[in-house]
Write a protein that binds this ligand. Structure first.
Ligand code: SF4
Ligand code: SF4
Length: 368
């Protein structure tokens, strides 16, 4: 079943052409999930192509051995074409639709949100307190500058909005691709996500700076992914401490929230830094080069979240804690607010595509 309400872009037209060639060739069917999923189709509607594009992990493994890759006249370049379709799909399904443009110049959008958020916290701290509070010593007590209730209200509202926007976007995607799943499919997709199976490039790893594959991209994705989860766990434990146990911040360096935050923070320094270095070396021909700013903006935000968090932890007893707190809260709020409108969404769309793939594969769903 194909959706008919989606305008076919040049990227979708090219993806249709490539998938038709690949479906006849099938040389790459052992590399990843894209090719077996493709083989379940005879023709490719827009929603089918959006599904396949989000199944692709852009490992690049299908380029070096392709007999139809440039300079062959067939000009087959699956990773770059699916990257374009994937990035366009984020704008297509975004909620509300008026934010579709955020994906077009995403680096600029994220940078403006970041700057406005940090400036807002600095101005807010000055307006709500004595301006000298920014440079005073507060014995690590963040709540002298902004009360716990104010922080919870602001961050909670933005986080709930982000969850709503993400849910609506994912719902539109899932419906359009005719998604279906069951417990076994969810378990399989969760396992493949936890292992980042399809960043393995069929065994050799990702092709980054040359045709020699390496595991580095997968390793740095792991640092980033689990770093994010540890930081989320840190915040969750701190929330339980505050509300269930009435244990209030600042917490000791050996407490669970701080230790989880340190581990997660290290992951969010090493992972994004490694991904940034690899992205600079990666052959642009394998990517959606004009939208590289989206990748860079997201890993920069994760990196800054971690670095400013460490700076705050180390400087919380000194003069300037207020400024460090304003910068850190500004980064985190901008990260939350832009979750539905940046690269973060790629992991969620990919997860749903993996669920559908696991389900279709077991039931051998074949689409005419
Ligand atoms: S990428 Fe090339 S080698 Fe692989 S299936 Fe497509 S046409 Fe065949
Ligand atoms: S780039 Fe990797 S994940 Fe994407 S289609 Fe090619 S082999 Fe599959």
């Amino acid at each position: 079943m194909h959706a008919t309400n989606v305008i076919r872009s040049a990227a979708l037209t090219e993806a249709d052409r490539l998938m038709t060639i690949c479906n006849a060739c099938r040389y790459c069917e052992g590399l990843c999930a894209v090719f077996p999923a493709m083989e379940m189709h005879r023709t490719f509607g827009d929603a089918d192509l959006n599904y396949l594009a989000n199944l692709c992990h852009q490992c690049g493994a299908c380029v070096p051995d392709c007999q139809y890759a440039p300079p062959h006249e067939f000009n087959v370049n699956v990773p770059a074409t699916l990257a374009k379709v994937r990035n366009e799909s984020y704008a297509q399904y975004v909620w509300p639709g008026m934010f579709a443009g955020a994906f077009e110049r995403n680096g600029l959008f994220i940078a403006v949100m970041f700057a406005a958020s940090v400036a807002g916290f600095i101005a807010g701290f000055v307006a709500l307190n004595d301006p000298a509070a920014l440079y005073g010593r507060h014995a690590g007590d963040f709540y002298k500058l902004m009360s716990h209730n104010e922080m919870v209200a602001l961050f909670g509202a933005v986080f709930i909005y982000a969850i709503l926007a993400l849910t609506m976007s994912l719902r539109a995607f899932w419906r359009d691709i005719n998604g279906s799943g069951d417990v076994a499919a969810v378990a399989r997709a969760t396992g493949d996500t936890a292992h980042l199976t399809y960043l393995g490039g069929g065994g050799g790893g990702c092709t980054s700076e040359n045709e020699k594959p390496s595991a580095q991209r997968r390793v740095y994705h792991h640092f980033t992914f689990y770093g994010f989860l540890f930081c989320f766990a840190s915040t969750s434990v701190a929330t339980i401490y505050h509300y269930a146990l009435s244990w209030h911040a600042p917490y000791a360096l050996t407490s669970a929230p701080v230790l989880l935050g340190i581990v997660g923070g290290l992951g969010l320094v090493i992972g994004p830094a490694g991904l940034f270095v690899l992205s600079q070396k990666r052959d642009p021909a394998l990517t959606d080069a004009p939208r590289k700013g989206m990748d860079t903006a997201f890993i920069a935000m994760l990196f800054l979240t971690s670095v400013t968090g460490f700076a705050l932890m180390l400087g919380r007893d000194g003069a300037g804690m207020g400024l460090l707190l304003a910068i850190h809260l500004g980064v985190v709020l901008a990260l939350f607010a832009t979750l539905p409108y940046g690269k973060f969404v790629h992991g969620l769309y990919r997860y749903l595509a993996l669920v559908k793939y696991a389900r279709d594969k077991r039931h051998a769903t074949f689409v005419e």
